[in-house]
Design a protein around this ligand. Structure first.
Ligand SMILES: Cc1cc2nc3c(=O)[nH]c(=O)nc-3n(C[C@H](O)[C@H](O)[C@H](O)COP(=O)(O)OP(=O)(O)OC[C@H]3O[C@@H](n4cnc5c(N)ncnc54)[C@H](O)[C@@H]3O)c2cc1C
Length: 370
């Protein structure tokens, strides 16, 4: 039911807009309203706060269906989930009441602010500081490449409260739009996902009350890791969705395009490419939904499978979209057809939430820890 509903909305509302969203490079505010009304921006929120009580599997399904037609729109849904996960994992009932009610009733956007210009892989690389000051905190620092930077109402911000304590010295706070000292960098010009806004988020003596801290002091790093364990399969689903859109288009094209007096789909070279694309894509999809179901089932040690699913799916999707461009020949390279957009959009799935080299490192660490 979830897949059928998401597919219908994606095909009806988003697909006709996808090429224009990419060409204009503008954030589609009208889609925020339309998708918010249907609950896609409050997918993970409990029903008691106006959400749809979705799990990681349903999150993957929805993102996959939107990604088939428009990477940027799927990123809108994905980033909203990513921004709300730290509140879901670390927030107390009154915080959830305030933030989630506003998100579900007013379609407010959320953002996840972890990465820093010097990196985000080690707790010691977090230079954004949150110093205790009276009944609250004073935040100073800079977060880089934040999706929904400058657009979101709520930012889940990871900052050092006791830098000397490493992972236990990181805490997470919700900083609300309009807080004095909350500033934004320029909108980044990207090669893909051009309908999504990416910008630095800057804190200059930004004061927030203690009530905005999620969980206890020192719990931020764990919340960040748990958030990414839940969201990496969703990036895998996004990659699978974009690649499926490209494969479907390439198959239609191969049946229509003639060379040597026959459709190019009659050539075995093209048939084998299509078979390999479909085979690899099915394997990636199976891995994504296996990771999602293990996380939903609250199995232990899901970080490894989560990393594997994102790594494998995004690598496969990059290859499938590139092969789709190849099947279209010269037209694949032209903006007139959607496969070049899909190839540009999918690239970032190999990079964000830690690049694939790091996913492999996560897997190796888990396997080798004895
Ligand atoms: C479109 C977009 C949206 C984003 N949205 C968000 C967001 O909403 N919130 C947020 O917090 N961040 C966001 N990011 C940031 C993103 O998560 C980071 O860019 C990503 O994790 C990579 O970090 P980096 O850019 O610092 O690259 P680096 O870590 O500098 O990596 C550069 C290269 O070095 C490799 N590398 C690094 N360390 C190692 C190592 N130990 N061993 C082997 N290879 C290594 C990497 O794999 C990569 O190939 C976004 C980025 C993009 C592009």
């Amino acid at each position: 039911m979830i897949r059928a509903a998401a597919e219908k909305t994606a095909q009806r509302i988003v697909q006709p807009r996808a090429a224009k969203i990419d060409a204009a490079g503008e954030f589609p505010w009208d889609l925020v309203e339309a998708l918010g009304k249907q609950g896609y921006l409050s997918l993970l929120l409990p029903e008691s706060y106006g959400g749809t009580d979705g799990d990681v599997t349903s999150f993957c399904i929805v993102v996959e269906e939107f990604a088939k037609v428009c990477g940027s729109s799927s990123l809108l849904i994905l980033s909203q989930g990513l921004g709300t996960l730290p509140i879901l994992l670390g927030g107390n009932p009154s915080q959830k009441d305030v933030y989630f009610t506003e998100i579900s009733e007013k379609n407010r956007l959320a953002a996840f602010a972890l990465r820093e210009p010097e990196g985000e892989l080690e707790p010691s690389s977090i230079k954004t500081m949150a110093e205790k000051e009276g009944n609250g905190y004073l935040i100073n620092g800079r977060k880089g490449f934040v999706t929904h930077g400058g657009l979101a109402k709520f930012y889940s911000v990871f900052a050092a409260t006791q830098p000397e304590r490493g992972a236990e010295g990181i805490s997470v706070f919700v900083v609300e739009e309009g807080t004095p000292g909350l500033l934004f960098g320029k909108k980044e010009e990207k090669i893909g996902m051009r309908g999504s806004v990416t910008a630095d988020v800057i804190f200059e003596d930004c004061r927030i009350p203690q009530e905005n801290r999620l969980g206890d002091e020192g719990e931020g790093w764990k919340i960040a890791r748990d958030t990414m364990t839940m969201s990496r399969p969703v990036i895998g689903a996004q990659a699978v969705g974009i690649a499926q859109g490209a494969l479907d288009f390439a198959v239609r094209y191969a049946n229509e395009r003639t060379q040597f007096g026959k459709p190019i789909s009659s050539f075995q070279a093209i048939q084998f490419m299509i078979s390999d694309m479909a085979t690899h894509l099915e394997a990636a999809r199976a891995l994504v939904y296996k990771a999602a179901s293990e996380i939903d089932g609250k199995r232990k040690d899901t970080e490894k499978l989560s990393a594997i699913s994102k790594y494998f799916a995004s690598e496969i999707a990059m290859k499938v979209t590139t092969d789709a461009v190849q099947i279209l020949g010269g037209y694949g390279y032209m903006k007139e057809y959607p496969v070049e957009r899909m190839m540009r959009d999918v690239k970032v799935t190999q990079i964000y939430e830690e690049a694939n080299q790091i996913q492999r490192w996560v897997v190796a660490q888990e396997l080798l820890k004895g």
